[in-house]
Design a protein around this ligand. Structure first.
Ligand code: AP5
Length: 217
C-alpha cells in the first residue's frame, strides 16, 4: 500500500502518520522531517532549505523532488506513507513518473480537512522533541513530564516556523500552492476526505475504518 497524506500545516498529518504506519506496517517518509534533519546536520541541502522554511515558503520543487524520489528509491520498503510530499501539482506529476518507472503508483490519498483558525491555535501550542521528532501539544497532547519527551527525556522545543507570522504565511502558501493538488488527485478518483477538527482518536478511527474497507476490496 502506498499512501499520500494531505492537509494544511497543523492539520495533524504527523500525528496521524504515527498511527497509520504502526497499524499497516508502512514506512513513514516526511519531507519536513527529512529537511529538518538535513538542517540539524548542517548539510548543503539543509542550508539551502533554511530560509524558505523559516519564512513559511515552499522549498523549490527541484530540490524537494530530487530529495524525495531518492528517499523513496533508497527506502527499505515499497509500502510507504508520504507526509508533506507532494505539495505542488508539479511535485505530484514528477512523483507519479518516478514511481511508474518502477511499476508503482499511489494507491490512496487521505485528505485532512480543517479551518485555518483551528490550525493557528494548534501550531502555537505544538512542542517537538529535537532528538526523536515526537510531537506534543501543550493542551491536547501533553508529555508525562512537562517539557520533556516521553521517549528519551530530551527537552521539548518549539519549531521556529510555528510563530504566528510564519504560520499565517504557511497557510497562505498551502491555499495557493498545495490545495490545487487535492483536485489533481480527485481527478484520479483516489482522494478520501476526513474531518480533522475532531479528537486525534476519532480521526484515527475514521482513517482505519476507511483503509480497512479499501484493503478488503
Ligand atoms: P512540514 O514539516 O511538512 O510542515 P507542515 O505541512 O506545515 O505540517 P506540520 O508538521 O506543521 O503539521 P502536521 O499536519 O504534521 O500537524 P501535527 O500532527 O504536527 O513542512 C515544514 C516546511 O518544510 C514547509 O513550510 C516547507 O518550507 C518545507 N517543505 C516540506 N515539504 C515540502 C515540499 N514537499 N515542498 C516544498 N517545501 C516543503 O499537529 C500539529 C499540532 O496539533 C501538534 O501539537 C499536535 O499535537 C496537535 N494536534 C494534532 N492533531 C490534533 C487534534 N486532532 N486535535 C488537537 N490537537 C491536535
Amino acid at each position: 500500500m502506498r499512501i499520500v497524506l494531505l492537509g494544511a500545516p497543523g492539520a495533524g498529518k504527523g500525528t496521524q502518520c504515527k498511527n497509520i504506519v504502526a497499524q499497516y506496517g508502512l514506512l513513514h517518509l516526511s519531507s519536513g522531517d527529512i529537511l529538518r534533519a538535513e538542517r540539524a546536520a548542517g548539510t548543503e541541502l539543509g542550508t539551502k532549505a533554511q530560509s524558505y522554511m523559516d519564512s513559511g515558503a515552499l522549498v523549490p520543487d527541484e530540490i524537494i523532488i530530487e530529495m524525495m524520489t531518492e528517499a523513496i528509491k533508497k527506502a527499505p520498503s515499497a509500502a510507504f506513507l508520504l507526509d508533506g510530499f507532494p505539495r505542488t501539482v508539479n511535485q505530484a506529476v514528477e512523483l507519479a513518473e518516478s514511481l511508474a518507472g518502477n511499476e508503482m503508483k499511489i494507491d490512496f490519498v487521505l485528505n485532512l480537512q480543517i479551518d485555518d483558525g483551528v490550525v493557528a491555535k494548534r501550531m502555537t501550542g505544538r512542542r517537538s522533541c529535537p532528538k526523536c521528532g515526537a510531537v506534543y501539544h501543550i493542551e491536547h497532547l501533553k508529555p508525562k513530564v512537562e517539557g520533556l519527551c516521553d521517549n528519551d527525556g530530551a527537552e521539548l522545543v518549539q519549531r521556529p516556523d510555528d510563530c504566528p507570522e510564519v504560520v499565517a504565511n504557511r497557510l497562505k502558501t498551502y491555499h495557493q500552492q498545495t490545495e490545487p493538488l487535492v483536485d489533481y488527485y480527485r481527478n484520479n478518483g483516489t482522494v478520501y476526505d476526513f474531518d480533522a477538527d475532531r479528537s486525534p482518536d476519532e480521526i484515527r478511527a475514521s482513517i482505519f475504518e476507511k483503509l480497512d474497507a479499501l484493503v478488503k476490496t
